[in-house]
Each structure stands twice: as structure tokens, then as C-alpha cells.
Design a protein around this ligand. Sequence first.
Ligand code: ZN
Length: 599
Amino acid sequence: MKPRLLALVIAALALAVTAVVLAVRPGSGAAGPDFLRFEPADREIRMIGDGQATKLRSILADVPSTLSWRVRVPARARLTTEVSLDRAQSTALAGRACRARVESRGDGRAAVLLAEKVVAPGNAWETVAVDLEPARAHDTELVFGVACDPAPPAVSLPGAARWRVPVVSRRDRRGEANVVLVTVDTLRADHLGAYRYARRTSPRIDDFARRGLLFRDAETVQSATWPALTSLHTSLHPSAHGVIWNGWKPRARFVTLADLLHSRGYDTSAFLANMKGTEHPGFSRLFLARGADQAGEDRAATEAAIAQLERVRDRPFFLWLHLVSPHADYAPPAPYDAFAAPAASSIGGRVTDLVAARERGVMLTEADVAHVVGLYDGEIAYVDSQVGRLLDALRGHGLEERTLVVFTADHGEDLHEHNRYFFHSPSMYSSSLRIPLILALPGVLPHGETDQPASLVDVAPTVLGLLGLKAPSSFQGVNLLPGGAVPALPARTAVFSETSGKIFSVSTPEWRLVYNPERLVPEAPGGPYPIGRTELFDRRRDPCEQGNVATLHPEVVQALVAEVEAWRRRDLHEGAAEAVQTIDPGTAEELRALGYIVH
Ligand SMILES: [Zn+2]
């Protein structure tokens, strides 16, 4: 591991375990601490589910117990937390009335009861949101207690009560920008109206793009969900963080964008319709969508995200919504299925059918391919409607003016242009690497488009930069808008991507080089996916990358290979690809259902 990465890992661990009372100031100009977050070092803190789809970052406490912290309560402050009792204690607590109380004791005054909630075993979370004006003082003790009457037979029930990590925040903090990150799985940029697609797949995203800044030439770091999304949040390339396949875990606890915003007092919540089998460090609320199909999961995730806006509208928040519909199976719900003509083709949009056809060497006709593409486009139209609902809710709550909205994707999709392949991993072509990237922050970001090359690892440092925050030195991406607006000079000139530290791509505005130094033939659903040792494409003349011109431009190949090698030495962790990891059976099953080969 490189020394600077190691330093950051250590810093991240320190961030997680040291502070008993962490008082931080987001932004500048405000007097006194605006946010207090309670993470006691001597208590176990875990992501705990509510028996349905949500997990909360929680402190375990005994029954009965009191936890207390001394804090300076600022003006116009409020406290938010949630409390529940473990379902496993139902027998021990049967017939008892259990209550959770929050009190303040300050400056020699008598205790003030701020909130009292009746709680019953069963993991249902009771929300506690109280005005702290009565407790406003320089030295206040906040006390969180849980007790039952009559007391349970054992002296105490360890870990039976759970408090969501409490946060004190100032109300009405205008000026602090919220962050909404919307990522859509498997979304090709060139199938959106905003990126000049001929079909009307994305009226809501197009409308949003007109109010934002669109990066015309953005690419992912690997055409696979877990590697790419981990890179988005850590600003590290897959071979650096170690998640080089779906289902793998990072080599270390790297700092994430959510960690950094959480430590500045932001509420951090994620609403996920894919990549549900991992921890997502830094998020204090995880919603893992369930539904009968991908459309149902996207609807559930969107609705939960909309409900969250109501909860956090008075404090800075970072909300991440990840939608999955354009991922195979391609099966848009009516009326979004109108782009596909059912009579035109015998092939459908199911993973199993498409994989079987490729395995058997069935040659799809133009009509077959057009039919599948129509189904894929219909899923974009459906997901566009869900994105529109979230944007409407943001506007409805009056949050649009002070919220940075980032719209992007984890990767694109091959639609039969290369190796007769539908799906994405391990494609190294623009079909699967090119992604949309649109940012909007009214009054700060200009409207328009830029040809500035952008990588998914640039999202986190750019978000931090727009909030006036510094990126940690571990981040490998660049702030695309160092002046807070379109830069006069490009922040980067080339974008690098990989397949698991073995096969590489570098793209510049003129060229793409695909470089496969070990001449590997990766496996893909339905059979091998051959990639040449060096493939060069003229991106301006041949945007679909159909003609390898490597032999015509040996000097370009040589220069770009040298760039890839320099990037590997600088940013990649050699050996990540050799690490052995096992994927738990549940995650493996989910990945197989999505058509992945599980490594
Ligand atoms: Zn994906």
C-alpha cells in the first residue's frame, strides 16, 4: 500500500472510533458549533435494521440504561434521533411498559423532560425530534434513558435498546447546500435526450439538464456496478480500493464522500435498488429497496427518498438514490414499453434468453437488436419518471435552490455493438464506459455543456469543491470545477478505466486506446469476450468504436500505452487482482439473478 493511502486509512479509522462528542462546523461564517453528533467510543455502533428495508447507524444500550453527554447547545437547535427495542427481547419484556426519555440537565437547573416515547420490542423505530431551546446553555447534559415498569427479571438486558446516533443541528440553516446524488445503473449517456438521442426517452432528465451543467465526455472507471460505485464514493480507482468485481470488499476502510459530509453535520442516507449487499460506509441510513421487479424496487427507493426529504428538510443532508431499471432484464412496465414492437422479434429482454442465444451462437437480426434496444430505452423512460418524482419533491419542499443535484450512472451498456454482447462487464468500449454526468446548483453553477473530460472518480472531489470543502489527499479524482464554474483550462486531459487491474482503457477527446497487455480473454455471460492487445479508435470519426486503427497510428498507440503505464504506477495497487475473496451466498445469488458471472 502506498504511504499516503495508508495514512488515510488510519485517519478514517480514527474518525470512526475516537470522538465521544464530535462538534464540527460545516462551512464558515456561522458562530459556534452548528452540529453535534454523538458517537461514544465505549459503545458499540452498528447499522441496525427495522425489520423492513431500512438500516440505521445506531448505538446499542442496555435496558434499563442511561447514556449522557455534556454539550454546548447552540441557539435554534434541535435534536433528532430514533429509538427501538430488540425484537429478540419480546419474551423478557412481555407485560411491561417500556419508555424512552430524553432529558436535559444544565447550569445547575432541574432536569427538563424533552421527550418521552412508549417503545415496544419489535424493531419499530420511534422518532424523537425535539426543540432544544429550553435546554440552551453553555454546559448542558443530555440524557438518553430507557426503562421498563415493572423492571425485567434480569438486572439488565444488554444491547436491548438501540438509539440512532443522535444529532443536534441548527434549524433554518440557509446557505448550506444539500447534496442529492442520483445514479442510474447501466445508463448509457447517448440514450438520453440531453445527450442528443433521437428518441424521447428522458424528458425529465433533459429538463433537469437544461438547468444544470452537462459533461458531454464523462466515463466510468470499470463497467461493473460495485467497482464503479465504490470508486464514486472513495474517489479511488477499483484496483486501488480493491473492489474489482461485484461482491468484493474494499481492501481497507477508505474515506468516503459520505464520511466527510457526515463529519460536517450532514444527514447521510442512501436509497438503493442495487448494490444492496455491502456496508456503504458513511451513510447513517440505508434503505434497501424490495419489490416484485426492478421497476417496483425503483419505485420503492424513490418513494423512500422522497419521504426522507420531509425528515431532513431543516438540516444539511446528503441523499443518494441509486436506481436499477435499465439493467437487464429489459422489461419496462406499461406505458413505458412503447419503444419496442413485440411483433418484430422473437427475442425478449430477459437475461436468460439473451445469454442462451449468445451461448448457442444464434445470430440476432437487426429487428431483434432493435427490439431489445427498444426495451432498454423503455426502462430509461421509466427510470426518468422516477427521477422526475424526486426532483418534483425537492422543488415542492422549497429545497431546489439550496441543493446540489448530481446525476450520473455507474456504467453504460453494450447493445450488441461488440462481440454480439448485451450487458456491460467486461466491455472496455464507450458503449459501456461512457456515462451521463450533470450537476445543478442554482445561483452557483452555470447552465450549459462542457467537453471537459470527466471520470466517475472526479464526482466526490467536485462535490466537495462546490461546498467549499477540501478533498483528502487519498482522492485520485480531480475537482472538475476548481473555480466553482466551467474551468478555462481542462482539469484533466484523459480518462482511465480498467477491468479488474488487467485490461485498461484511456480516452482523450481524440482517441481511445484499449490495452490488454496479458492478452486475456475475459469470460462474459454467454461466452468469451475477446479484446485485442492494443485497439485504437478515432473517437471523432468513429464514436461507436467499430474500426481498430492501431496499425495506422503506431506513434499514438505508443504514447497512450506510456500514459496507461504511468497511471498504473501512480494510481493502481498491483496485486489487488490477485487477492482472493469469497462472496457470501446471498450476495452471489443476487448477482447471478442480475446475469453476472460470480468470481
Ligand atoms: Zn451497474
